[in-house]
Design a protein around this ligand. Structure first.
Ligand code: F0G
Length: 458
């Protein structure tokens, strides 16, 4: 019989101790943090699933590359290696390094958008939406209808609704739409992939109207692997070939190398347009740095150059997708409502279904994330009413899995904690805001428990 167990395709060379705290300590820490898990120190977290961004473990080859980093201000060979890796995979003429994804977004929207414009996306991530709105443009989410139903299965739930895209262009006029974006995988929509067929359909519509298509490429390797697993005709192709095909359908991309770049910091912006690239590089110099480093150290560029290739290795991607699904399937089997099917980088709990007695206005996602922390020292993040305000159509709690960091026994522990909270769900109360910032409020908001009268029996 062939061996079926899928293992972590690496061994551990350097360890980082994690600290247990008591239930009582965590309750106090949470109150002191105004019920906002962003405001808790990481030393007080046992398993940190806040984000898969910049939290991955680097490989020996990446650490070796770090030592090769050349810190010259201009013309560093680290940049040559970085550009070479990016161009080989993504295929674009201009590669502009940035310190992380949102810096690429800021530059892109500053150069391409103006007040009154509309930028359609399958679903804008929070920083993408904020950067788009900051220049006065409207960030329009056009996911397929299935994406709005958390428990509905669909192989490519990250797809864009192409009918609504065509209608939007028809209605607003192509002049008001400077670009269309596709986020692969669709993070805010549950880490769900976008099919090649959908990318092609979006491209066809864009091309008809002369609108450029940009890919938010943060989790491009995971998306490519889902295409290989689920889309007819791609089983025999490598993730690299699939990624190349995805990017060949777009005019450029933004990237946070903190995700599928397997690095702790970094990002880039790509385009095939010479004029735009010049404007983008001019802006880059103003706030990020010279175009051969863009706010990064030479060693960061080298770590990304290696990481992008490691993210496309099939053994790694198989482990990645299977281990995320392991968490999702184990809790869903016990009745815990999650976004189905499991995503690439994260499992999303459906907080509205988990806590039907807590209305969206009382932040069920935040309340559930807090309960996971108190129960087991796990840190997750709300993606819902707190993050998106009135744009939120769901209240989700994301358990993002850092790359190559936790083992299966860590995940078994997470499963146990979630099931314990599931048993106690009727006791969880909603929250009320006591402080909020004018944008990206989830990072600094503070809460107090909602009045007890709000609680109804489940
Ligand atoms: N786009 C997507 C789809 C993202 O998930 C992120 C970051 C960004 C853009 C911005 O990149 O953080 O490097 O500036 N997502 C992180 C997360 C923060 O936790 O999902 P950045």
């Amino acid at each position: 019989m062939p061996i079926k167990t899928i293992i972590e395709p690496f061994r551990i060379k350097s360890i980082e101790p994690i600290r247990r705290t008591t239930h009582e300590e965590r309750q106090k820490l949470l109150e002191a943090a105004g019920y906002n898990l962003f405001l808790i120190a990481s030393k007080d977290i046992l398993i940190d699933l806040l984000t898969d961004s910049g939290t991955g473990a680097m490989s020996t080859e990446q650490w070796a590359a770090i030592m090769r980093g050349d810190e010259s201000y201009a013309g560093s060979p680290s940049f040559e290696r970085f550009r070479n890796s990016v161009q080989t995979i993504f295929g674009y003429r201009h590669v502009i390094p940035t310190h992380q994804g949102r810096a690429a977004e800021r530059i892109l929207f500053n150069v391409m958008c103006k007040k009154g414009d509309i930028v359609p996306n399958n679903t804008h991530f929070d920083t993408t939406r904020a950067n788009c709105e900051f220049v006065g443009a409207e960030a329009l989410d056009l996911p397929i209808p299935e994406a709005r139903e958390p428990q509905r299965h669909h192989p490519f739930k990250g797809n864009m609704d192409v009918v609504r895209l065509a209608e939007t262009i028809e209605h607003a006029g192509a002049k008001r739409i400077p670009l269309v974006m596709l986020t692969v995988t669709n993070n805010s929509g549950g880490g769900q992939p976008v099919s090649m067929e959908n990318i092609r359909a979006v491209k066809t519509i864009c091309q008809r109207h002369g609108i450029p298509l940009y890919i938010d490429a943060c989790r491009f390797a995971e998306n490519a692997y889902f295409i290989k697993l689920r889309e007819p005709g791609y089983a025999g192709k490598t993730p690299r070939e699939i990624a190349r095909e995805m990017f060949s359908l777009a005019d450029g991309c933004t990237m946070s190398a903190k995700k599928d770049g397997m690095a702790n910091i970094g990002g880039f912006l790509c385009t095939n347009d010479d004029i735009l690239a010049q404007q983008e590089k001019d802006l880059l110099i103003l706030t990020e740095g010279f175009p051969t480093y863009g706010g990064l150290a030479g060693r960061d560029l080298d770590a990304i150059a290696v990481g992008l290739n490691e993210a496309l290795e099939e053994d790694y991607l198989n482990y990645r997708i299977v281990s995320t699904a392991y968490l999702g399937n184990h809790i869903s089997k016990e009745g815990v409502p999650i976004v189905q099917p499991p995503g690439g980088h994260a499992i999303y709990l459906d907080a509205r279904a988990f806590l039907p007695h807590v209305p969206p206005a009382k932040f069920p996602g935040v309340a559930l994330a807090c309960a996971l922390y108190v129960e087991g020292g796990i840190r997750a993040v709300e993606i819902g009413t707190l993050m998106f305000g009135e744009h939120a159509t769901m209240d989700l709690v994301r358990l993002a899995i850092p790359r190559r960091v936790y083992t299966q026994s860590h995940i078994d522990y997470v499963i146990e904690v979630i099931l314990e909270v599931w048993q106690k769900r009727a006791q969880i109360r909603g929250l009320e805001l006591t402080h909020q910032a004018p944008f990206l409020r989830h990072f600094t908001a503070r809460f107090k428990p909602a009045e007890v009268e709000e609680v109804k029996e489940v």
